[in-house]
Design a protein around this ligand. Structure first.
Ligand code: TYD
Length: 247
């Protein structure tokens, strides 16, 4: 008799503007998952695989900026394809949970915030890049753009260099915050928006509650399943959760 197939891992992404505290939350969540006996890895975008890390350096240096947001979106997507193929998919297939600092919503938000890209271009690019892989849970860490930029500046310290996107103006960062809020509102089954002005422990509790409620607990008998569980059937809100983990 062949052994039972390994259950697929769960895919969780963190999103948000500059200074939202994603890296801290990724670390806290991976620690909690491991304490709960779940195999979990942390990864990030752009990057997360050897070749994608090379593209990360190029993208964040600003070298691609003169080619325009379309080229940047394509290059972020090229890095994402390698990251998915080399890191994310193999881990999920081995039953490992993957917690990723930024993913495809970053392209929607950052490249979308330029206001110069046709949304149909971004949607088509996302479709071919992800080939059906959709996060089971996306945590959007929300905070006003000016607070996030001030936090990022404090973290960088005096004399630290602004990277390609930190250097954009406040209007850009406000626009991308709004895109994230719109994504979270449009896809409530996949997304959870958390107030990131709270202390990081409180943000961590909110994230853990969502992981337990949406991803770990079985739905109680005689009660409708919670709206955000990825295994629910019958999407009513336009979420593409039925595609999750496809591809
Ligand atoms: P990073 O140093 O990882 O910053 P952060 O802590 O804000 O995640 O830099 C990643 C930068 O790249 C960040 O400014 C967001 C941007 N980005 C995009 O513009 N598009 C993308 O698709 C991704 C993944 C990131």
């Amino acid at each position: 008799m062949s052994p039972a197939p390994t259950a697929r891992g769960t895919f969780i992404t963190f999103e948000g503007g500059e200074g939202a505290g994603k890296s801290t939350q990724v670390r806290l969540l991976v620690e909690k998952l491991r304490e709960a006996g779940i195999n979990a890895i942390a990864t990030r975008e752009p990057g997360g695989s050897a070749d994608a890390e090379i593209l990360r350096d190029i993208l964040l240096s600003g070298l691609v900026k003169p080619l325009g947001p379309k080229a940047e979106a394509i290059l972020f997507s090229a890095a994402r394809i390698d990251h998915i193929d080399r890191t994310i998919k193999p881990a999920l297939e081995a039953g490992t949970w993957v917690v990723c600092d930024r993913f495809s919503d970053s392209t929607r938000a950052y490249q979308g915030a330029t206001g110069t890209l046709d949304p149909r271009f971004l949607a088509a690019l996302e479709r071919v890049t992800l080939a059906g892989l959709v996060p089971d849970l996306t945590v959007v860490l929300d905070l006003p753009a000016d607070i996030g930029l001030a936090r990022a500046a404090a973290r960088r310290g005096e004399g630290g260099r602004l990277d390609r996107f930190e250097a954009e103006d406040l209007h850009f960062h406000e626009a991308l915050r709004q895109i994230y809020l719109d994504i979270a509102a449009a896809e409530p089954r996949r997304c959870l928006s958390v107030d990131a002005t709270q202390p990081s422990e409180d943000v961590g509790h909110a994230v853990w509650d969502a992981v337990v409620y949406r991803l770990l607990s079985p739905p109680p008998l005689n009660e409708p399943a919670p709206a955000n569980r990825p295994q629910d059937g019958n999407p009513q809100d336009g979420d593409s959760k039925d595609e999750r983990h496809g591809g």
